[in-house]
Design a protein around this ligand. Structure first.
Ligand SMILES: Nc1ncnc2c1ncn2[C@@H]1O[C@H](COP(=O)(O)OP(=O)(O)OP(=O)(O)O)[C@@H](O)[C@H]1O
Ligand SMILES: [Mg+2]
Length: 234
């Protein structure tokens, strides 16, 4: 397992946002974490990336206990989060946003690595010297992904990459996510778009008000009556 959460609790003051969740991601897997608004999906990702402190439970990454480690240490270990809403720095150029992705690493191959990103996302090359705020929503999601890839992730945490995108762009982004996975990056994918998330993942977890309500292969979840009714518009 590259990632393992055991009985993880997270509170915001008196709100118990995560009430003992256990989940894992195997080396090379795409694992989906689906659930409604407020279920605790972003909280789970922020706990893994060290942005939120757990009140109890254990988080293991590549065999090491990382519970309570700083976000900086976790990033250096290779866990990179693409946050909800993308968090692009809109006044900085596209190129500068990409450079920021690599800032935690010693890097003397920045130019070559950025070239790889531009090959994957040609639109970013074309707009490299423009402020990132000039990009469309889909382009900004690509930039957020490109910035994450500049950090050479071993495990990518993606928070609702499809949010606000047209159906065509959603397909494109999900296709890119599969490509990144095929090249060896493990992925924990948080989505409200359960259909797409379950189509590209191998396994999935359903989060309901801070607890894991279901876990199964994504193929089984796509046919699960409860999932169809609650998350697939059936
Ligand atoms: N900073 C905060 N302070 C207090 N409560 C919070 C905070 N952030 C989230 N919460 C609460 O914690 C619970 C889980 O929120 P979280 O953002 O993790 O849900 P989510 O599944 O990511 O939802 P969405 O799909 O809307 O992004 C919700 O009840 C939310 O209101
Ligand atoms: Mg969220």
């Amino acid at each position: 397992m590259i990632l393992e959460l055991k009985e993880v609790y997270v509170n915001y003051n008196h709100i118990q946002a995560l009430q003992g969740i256990s989940l894992n991601v195997g080396e090379g897997e795409i694992v989906a974490l689906i659930g409604a608004n407020g279920a605790g999906k972003s909280t789970a990702l922020n706990a893994i990336s060290g942005l939120l402190k757990t009140t109890s439970g254990k988080i293991t990454y590549a065999g090491q206990d990382i519970t309570g480690h700083s976000p900086q240490a976790i990033v250096r270990g290779g866990i990179i989060q693409v946050p909800e809403g993308r968090a692009i720095l809109t006044t900085l150029k596209v190129r500068e946003n990409l450079e920021m992705g690599a800032f935690t690493r010693k890097n003397n191959r920045m130019k070559e690595e950025m070239d790889d990103i531009f090959t994957r996302f040609p639109v970013l090359r074309a707009k490299a010297e423009l402020p990132a705020g000039n990009l469309s929503g889909g382009e900004q999601q690509m930039l957020a992904l490109g910035r994450a890839l500049m950090a050479k992730p071993k495990l990518l945490l993606m928070d609702e990459p499809s949010m606000g995108l047209s159906p065509i762009l959603v397909r494109e982004i999900f296709h890119i996510i599969t490509e990144i996975n095929k090249q060896g990056t493990s992925i924990l994918l948080v989505e409200q778009n359960a259909q797409m998330a379950l189509e590209i993942s191998g396994r999935g977890y359903v989060l309901e008000t801070g607890r894991i309500a279901l876990e199964d292969s994504s193929a089984n979840l796509l046919h699960n009556e409860k999932v169809i009714h609650a998350y697939l518009g059936g």
